[in-house]
Design a protein around this ligand. Structure first.
Ligand code: ZN
Length: 49
């Protein structure tokens, strides 16, 4: 089973990315370094609901 998650910049809160994750990964929160247009830099992006 797959679940859609939204990734938000932890610095400014912008929701920049969406991704899918597998059922066995749902329990843990994703945190990925990605480019944020608002911050104009690479920042950590965390899963949000
Ligand atoms: Zn940002």
């Amino acid at each position: 089973m797959r679940k859609k998650v939204v990734l938000a910049c932890v610095v400014c809160g912008s929701r920049n990315y969406t991704t899918m994750k597998n059922g066995k990964d749902v329990a843990e929160r994703l945190e990925i370094n990605k480019f944020c247009k608002t911050c104009n830099a690479h920042t950590a992006h965390r899963e949000t609901k």
